[in-house]
Design a protein around this ligand. Structure first.
Ligand code: CP
Length: 361
């Protein structure tokens, strides 16, 4: 079986296949109108969503398939205490493919370990959001025309922003990529990402405290909102929420061919005046999300029939049930699942949780 839990689950060739298929879908919509006739997608959303859930729904409908699921776990048997593992086994009896969003980090991995149909991670806590990454990559392809030799600035909440984590991982596989990190001290990119993703892939990165100082160097400015729902301390959120606000004045030195991306929803980190700027690509990005999810659904259903496409969900050198995850929001601290750790590549002798990448306690 083949799933999409982390953006690097896809080889570079598979990524190209998905992007190229999405481009073909954009040009030949009718050709795909019955491509999923008789197939069902289950959307299991334990956390709020507008774009991801509805673009998955629209994607399956445009492929001629059907959609079932829930958008509020309180109305499902989750409210009676059913685990993510059991829910995935149950839904596998009803659907051909599952898209799951969950507030616990690692939930999609647990779902994939238990489902008998492909599982797509539609966002797991602050950990990963691989289909947003596919959306971002298709947008970069359509707007900039290449993935190599790009300087990309990530601005806002780089600590909790799962879309940032996933996109940096994906971009680290291309040549000549440079990363600029623009965040307040409290919301900086986690150090394991800087070490394991940037340094180990020879991706140069700099951390700066204002967007103006780097604006003229950027090919892409990836804005993000401060993730209120991840803060344990509301006062800290209030102190940080307005750290970076993009307005037309700040774009004064930006290149004409630069593009502004944002996974959305926007709160106030981009003023509405910026929307009229041709460099603002974030609403075009939303529509790309539907096309790339159509391509992903088609590919995962195709690969589900091909045993050679199966990949290991858990690394071979995993250490089972010896450590406890440091992260309170990790599924391994919520459900009765094996604790799984792998050696940390950035810190010899240390271990990282396979579900959420946090340190072992
Ligand atoms: N970008 C994104 O994941 O949006 P939603 O939370 O609305 O799905």
């Amino acid at each position: 079986m083949r799933h999409l839990i982390d953006p690097t689950d896809l080889s570079m060739q598979e990524l190209d296949e998905i992007i190229n298929l999405a481009l073909d879908i954009i040009d030949n919509r009718e050709k795909y109108a019955d491509a999923c006739k008789g197939k069902k997608l289950a959307t299991l959303f334990y956390e709020p969503s507008t774009r991801t859930r509805l673009s998955f729904t629209a994607a399956m409908m445009e492929l001629g398939g059907s959609v079932l699921g829930f958008s509020d776990a309180k109305n499902s048997s989750v409210s009676k205490g059913e685990t993510c593992a059991d829910t995935s086994k149950v839904i596998s009896c009803f659907a051909d493919i599952i898209a799951m969003r969950h507030f616990e980090e690692g939930a999609a991995l647990v779902a994939a370990m238990n489902a008998t149909v492909p599982v797509i991670n539609a966002g797991d806590g602050s950990h990963s959001h691989p289909t947003q990454t596919l959306t971002d990559l298709l947008t970069i392809k359509r707007e900039i025309g290449r993935f190599d030799n790009i300087t990309i600035g990530f601005c806002g909440d780089l600590r909790f922003g799962r879309t940032v984590h996933s996109l940096i991982k994906a971009m680290s596989r291309y040549k000549g990529v440079k990363v600029v990190l623009i965040a307040p001290d409290q919301l900086r990119l986690p150090s394991y990402m800087k070490h394991e993703v940037c340094e180990m892939n020879n991706i140069p990165y700099v951390e700066v405290s204002s967007m103006e100082e780097v604006m003229d160097q950027l090919d892409v400015l990836y804005m993000t909102r401060v993730q209120k729902e991840r803060f344990l301390d509301e006062d800290e959120f209030d102190r940080l929420k307005d750290s970076f606000i993009l307005d037309p004045a700040k774009l004064k030195n930006a290149r004409p061919e630069m593009r502004i991306l944002h996974p959305l929803p926007r709160v106030n980190e981009i003023t509405v005046e910026v929307d009229a700027d041709p460099r603002a690509a974030y609403f075009r990005q939303v529509e790309n999300g539907k096309f790339v999810r159509m391509a992903l659904i088609l590919k995962l259903l195709e690969w589900a029939k091909d045993d050679s496409k199966t990949i290991d969900l858990v690394p071979k050198d995993v250490i089972r049930n010896e450590y406890v995850c440091h992260n309170k929001r990790c599924i391994s601290n919520m459900e009765n699942v094996d604790s799984l750790f792998r050696p940390a590549t950035d810190k010899p002798g240390k271990f990282r949780c396979v579900y959420c990448e946090s340190k072992a306690k």
